[in-house]
Design a protein around this ligand. Structure first.
Ligand code: BTN
Length: 255
């Protein structure tokens, strides 16, 4: 149905009209030993989840709401690398399929014209030092027009339709995403994170600038030095302390 040119990513697709969250379904499928590359796609999510316990607005037919299951043999602390890999795949898919040039805001916000067009949420099942699966959730706003976004997202969210001025079939973007992801994932398994890190840095914005990071434990301000080998953000505050940021919302430049 999707006409994918991949070997394993998206070769097994579970499609739903309406679900609470594709993350939850992919999680259950993981427990049932679904193969690597399994993709769960929904037309609508009634409780789509975002990062930092937020909701992800997922109205019917307006976007790509999907979760991809992979089973890499890597230590659990390296799982954030896959978030960054996915961000690169999403940027490239949007470039190829829609002709836009998105940038990445750490860790995984995909931005066009300073507004968020796509987000990524990575969750993992692991026991002790072994990863059972990583579930990568990808949300891409495709067909919304300005009036379709809830008030709180006005001015901060956008869609492919708004940015290109015309609608796009969702299947074309999914195809392109799967192809890009598979290429990068195979490169990653063979060569490690370094080549992915270089690509990520070429699309990322804000490294070297002054940033404010709102974490669960408070606010950290300083210059973003870059990301570590594990994909964690490093910020140097004015007293010279280097903070490792695992999860946060970031703001830059400060006015
Ligand atoms: C973010 O906060 O930026 C991450 C958003 C991730 C949304 C996607 S949509 C498909 C998958 N299912 C969910 O419930 N969330 C992710």
């Amino acid at each position: 149905r999707l006409g994918l040119k991949t070997d394993f990513i998206g070769q097994k697709v579970f499609y739903y009209e309406s679900v609470d969250s594709t993350q939850k379904i992919a999680n259950d499928l993981s427990t049932e030993n679904a193969p690597e590359g399994t993709l769960v796609i929904a037309d609508e999510q009634t409780s789509g989840r975002g990062r930092m316990e937020r909701k992800w607005h997922s109205p019917k037919g307006e976007g790509i709401w999907m979760s991809l299951l992979v089973r890499p043999e890597i230590p659990p602390q390296q799982a954030p690398q896959l978030t960054l890999l996915t961000a690169v795949a999403a940027v490239r898919a949007i470039e190829e399929a829609a002709g836009l040039t998105p940038v990445i805001k750490w860790p995984n916000d995909i931005m066009v014209n300073s507004k968020k067009i796509a987000g990524i949420l990575t969750e993992m099942q692991a026991e002790a030092d072994r990863i059972h699966s990583v579930i990568i959730g990808i949300g891409i706003n495709v067909n919304q027009d300005r009036t379709d976004f809830p008030k709180e997202l006005l001015g901060t969210a956008t869609s492919l339709a708004i940015e290109t001025g015309n609608g796009l079939p969702r299947s074309r973007i999914i195809q392109e995403f799967c192809a890009q992801f598979e290429k990068l994932y195979l490169l990653y398994l063979e060569k490690g994170f370094y080549p992915i890190k270089l690509l990520w840095e070429s699309y990322a914005r804000g490294i070297g600038s002054f940033m404010r990071a709102r974490t669960y434990n408070g606010v950290i301000e300083g210059v973003a030095l870059g990301i570590t080998e594990d994909g964690v953000l490093k910020i140097e505050s004015s007293d010279g302390t280097i903070h490792k940021i695992y999860s946060a919302d970031i703001e830059f430049p400060l006015s």
